[in-house]
Design a protein around this ligand. Structure first.
Ligand code: UD1
Length: 351
């Protein structure tokens, strides 16, 4: 570890946040976790402790927009840097409830920035999304691709990026690494942590995993008439362990240069829906039944990263392939057929 030693993680109980906590603890970081459990469960953090074999750090149940409570956390701990995951992430919910999405994602980020500033903390790793590119056409997209968000979720992420960039331009003490995720999937290799969406999953991998474990009859393949090699849509899937490794490396590089640094996180290769079905069938040892269904409104044919900038900057690149993503996702699903069920949790839709 050459970066900051005490890191505050917002949204640390969520899918990516919990894997990041496991990764950072494994590399000697001290953590402070804040989460409001609006779409997650404390169970995930208990499992992080099992994996780490040590105290995961202080955990606070709070909404980061509650600046008084957040400020008390910064008063109590000496925080060197922040990794900010806490946000709502459902594209469809954002279309139904745009104001809530802007309030949570943009309001959450500005509340965090004000509190950080008041406590002299100016180093941040920010969780952004490839959805900021919108429907940018085929071919790998690099970070200079113009942002054209097509839904409130993506627009909220892009708004936060613009705020962060403006702050960095005006205040030389800030360093922000903004990571644009393509499609994070997979699970911790222990089988203890994984993706456990509330209700019926919107996303492909958790749905396929639930078909494999018998919770649904078959996958519906949304669109078989795309101009792609097998007619199904292509995405750049990245293993969540690679993704969180990149956050750890980002922390190590925060001291390199002040200002805003934006990187795509993908593997730079596209997989179709049917590629995922084939890889998952091999991982779980049974055929995943599927049927063709109409395109999902708002979906695009292809979204693949040009992921070379992060390698140029840090010499880091993802190493896990689609087979490993499916194998690890399947292990979590097989060992936890009902996810983290049993623990009290509220869903976004119940808020
Ligand atoms: C979406 C978000 C992205 C977010 C990601 C994971 C957009 C533009 N992007 O990506 O910001 O990071 O979710 O939360 O919305 N599919 C099926 N059947 C299913 C489910 C999905 O065929 O039951 C197909 C979809 O049509 C798509 C592909 O699988 O072509 C991947 O879908 P999904 O996992 O939902 O991710 P994205 O929509 O790419």
């Amino acid at each position: 570890m050459s970066g900051p030693s005490t890191v505050l993680v917002t949204g640390g109980a969520g899918f990516i946040g919990s894997h990041a906590c496991a990764e950072l603890l494994d590399h000697g970081y001290e953590l402070i976790v804040v989460d409001d459990y609006s779409n997650s469960t404390p169970q995930a953090l208990a499992r992080v402790e099992r994996i780490a074999g040590r105290f995961a750090g202080a955990v606070y149940e709070l909404d980061i927009r509650d600046r008084r409570s957040l400020s008390a956390v910064f008063d109590r701990h000496s925080v060197d840097a922040v990794v900010h995951f806490a946000a709502f992430k459902s594209v469809s919910a954002s279309v139904q409830r745009p104001v809530e999405y802007y309030d949570a994602n943009v309001g959450g980020t500005t509340a965090l920035l004000r509190t950080m500033h008041e406590h002299g903390v100016h180093q941040l790793v920010y969780s952004s999304s490839c959805s900021v590119y919108g429907d940018a056409g085929t071919g790998p997209l690099d970070e200079s691709t113009p942002a054209r968000p097509t839904n409130p979720y993506a627009a909220s992420k892009w708004t936060c990026e613009q705020i962060l960039s403006d702050v960095c331009r005006r205040r030389p003490e800030y360093t922000v690494v903004c990571l644009r995720y393509f499609n994070p999937v997979g699970a911790h290799p222990s089988g203890l942590l994984g993706e456990d969406p509330c209700g019926v999953p919107d996303n492909l991998l958790p749905y396929v995993a639930q078909v494999a474990v018998g919770r649904h009859d078959r996958l519906r393949v949304f669109g078989t008439d795309y101009p792609t090699r097998d007619g199904t849509a292509i995405r750049d899937y990245i293993h969540v362990m690679d993704l969180v490794e990149a956050h750890r490396v980002a922390l190590d590089h925060l001291a390199d240069a002040p200002g805003m640094h934006v990187y795509n996180l993908g593997v730079g290769e596209g997989s179709s829906v049917l590629d995922v079905v084939t890889a998952f069938s091999a991982a779980c040892g049974r055929r995943i039944p599927y049927e063709a269904a109409p395109r999902r409104p708002g979906d695009v044919a292809e979204l693949v990263a040009d992921a070379r900038a992060v390698t140029r900057a840090w010499g880091w690149h993802p190493t896990r392939d689609l087979d490993a993503m499916c194998r690890d996702a399947w292990r979590f699903q097989r060992l936890n057929p009902q996810g983290y069920a049993g623990s009290a949790r509220r869903t976004e839709s119940e808020r």
